[in-house]
Design a protein around this ligand. Structure first.
Ligand code: NAD
Length: 480
């Protein structure tokens, strides 16, 4: 059982929420052509946080035109060292305002403040600092003596790491000399709009960064706009495929970071206590709303009982509740729609014959919540073993030999990430070599670093973000 803790809520007074927000075009917050709006809701309380403007095709057009002007007139001709100064300035402002941004992210997304404060925001700043360092060193990126940017980048991001995904997209694009029009996900626009304010605070030239808010139609208008040179998308495989079809036959460059169904493999010689922590982190971090979540656990049969007992004991200590409470481990599910999806797939898991278990834990009355859940008796044919649930739900399978582990791990249309837990270095290397996954973590999980490329195989997408590879995607002569 969890210890009793006194509530330790982070104050939200530090956040200055406006009742409504326009779109950010050419350095100004402006109204849209048709004035349509939608609400951003706190998933923990269902409280309306703000009214967000829905950008239509005419607004996207204005944003792309502003980005083009800024590209031609200032940003692409500015020396890299000058671009770096802006990026460093933005990175420092993000650090200075990180507490406010972490609270805003937790309010809007539902993730625990412990994660937005200690993971998301530090990584946002780290990405901005890292790519700021590249801006005056592009000739050392391995793409020739004077690599050139593509032009205007259209960037569409999901709701699970709103500000971090923004940083992954904007930092390398600006460092390489591109200008951007970014669309945040419709349920989590607020930190992107706060970032727009930060661009103003940093005196970034108007039009270098434009933020258009809205849902799928706005995203479609943006990626299909003829004035766009480069498309960078993070989101579901389904939408990724639609985008790939839409830009096929055009001169646009594309990178796609899509879904995943990662295997987390526990060999019988693994340090089991650490492995159990890795399993918890792999699937319950960020409510399991993680593209690279370790959602398929593969345990060697000889240690299965021990792992399951320890895992259940550890799960019983997880605290589910108020995202702004500093003791909270698992926050709110991001939207009613996502909660319905998680419930449906979990019900299908039971109907298909897998055994479902969750620790006893009280859930708040209002808001969108789902208990941490595991399924045992899962076969590879079960939908819960094949489809991305994108929630705090773990499917557990077993294996006898390393070859069987690899075979099962690779038996998926996805290939974003994987985990390997073992005492033997040679086994780590052997397994990692066999796994068809863009990232393989050994004796750890969900570790990120701006210098390290991240991306998928197969239906998890193509192109890399992070590191020099992530920079190359924004330069002519790069891989994509
Ligand atoms: P989603 O594909 O529904 O939406 C992602 C973004 O695309 C949103 O901003 C949405 O408004 C926009 N969009 C929707 N339809 C569009 C269209 N036709 N054209 C252009 N834009 C459109 O995904 P989601 O539910 O927001 O995010 C969850 C998914 O994202 C999961 O599958 C997850 O695995 C994936 N993801 C991948 C990574 C990665 O790096 N590989 C990272 C985070 C999330």
């Amino acid at each position: 059982m969890a210890f009793e803790y006194a509530p330790a809520p982070e104050s939200r007074a530090i956040v200055d929420l406006k009742s409504s927000y326009g779109v950010f075009i050419d350095g100004e917050f402006v109204d849209t052509a048709d004035g349509h709006t939608f609400k951003s809701i706190s998933p923990a309380t269902e409280e309306v946080l703000a009214e967000i403007t829905e950008a239509g095709p005419a607004d996207v057009d204005r944003a792309v035109a502003a980005a083009r002007r800024a590209y031609d007139d200032t940003w692409s001709t500015m020396p890299g060292a000058e671009r770096a100064k802006y990026l460093y300035r933005i990175a420092r402002i993000v650090q200075e305002r990180s507490r406010e941004l972490a609270v805003l992210e937790s309010l809007d997304n539902g993730k625990p403040i412990r994660e937005s404060r200690d993971v998301d925001l530090p990584l946002v700043a780290a990405h901005l600092f890292y790519y700021a360092g590249w801006a005056d060193k592009l000739e050392y990126a391995g793409l020739g003596p004077d690599p050139r940017p593509h032009g205007v980048a259209a960037q569409v991001i999901p709701w699970n790491f709103p500000m971090l995904m923004l940083a992954w997209k904007i930092a390398p694009a600006l460092a390489a000399g591109n200008t951007v029009v970014l669309k945040p996900a419709e349920t989590t626009s607020l930190t992107a709009l706060a970032f727009a304010e930060i661009c103003r605070q940093a005196d970034l030239p108007p039009g270098v960064v434009n933020i258009v808010t809205g849902a799928g139609d706005t995203g479609r208008a943006l990626v299909e706009h003829p004035g766009v040179d480069k498309v960078a998308f993070t989101g579901s495989t389904e939408v990724g495929k639609a985008i790939a079809r839409a830009v096929a036959g055009t001169a646009k460059k594309v990178t796609l970071e899509l879904g995943g169904k990662a295997a987390n493999i526990i060999f019988d010689d693994a340090p089991l206590d650490q492995a159990v922590e890795g399993i918890i982190n792999g699937i319950f971090f960020n409510q399991g709303h993680v593209c690279c979540a370790g959602s398929r656990l593969l345990v060697q049969e000889s240690v299965y009982d021990d792992v399951l007992t320890s895992l259940k004991r550890r799960m019983a200590t997880l605290r589910v509740g108020d995202p702004l409470d500093k003791n909270t481990d698992i926050g709110a599910i991001n939207s009613a729609e996502q909660l319905a999806k998680i419930r449906t797939l979990s019900d299908i898991g039971e109907a298909e014959g897998a055994e479902r278990w969750s620790p006893p834990c009280e859930l708040p009355d209002r808001g969108y919540w789902f208990r941490p859940t595991i399924f045992t008796g899962v076969s590879q044919a079960h939908r819960i073993a094949r489809e991305e649930i994108f929630g705090p739900v773990l499917s557990i399978l077993t294996f006898r030999t390393p070859a069987e582990a690899v075979e099962k791990a690779n038996n998926t249309p996805y290939g974003l990430s994987a985990g390997v837990w073992t005492d033997k270095g040679s086994r780590i290397l052997w397994t990692a070599n066999q796994l068809k996954a863009g990232v393989v973590w050994a004796n750890t999980f969900n570790r990120f670093d701006p210098t390290s490329p991240f991306g998928g195989y197969k239906e998890s997408g193509y192109g890399r973000e992070g590191g020099k590879h992530g920079l190359a995607a924004y330069l002519k002569g790069g891989e994509n």
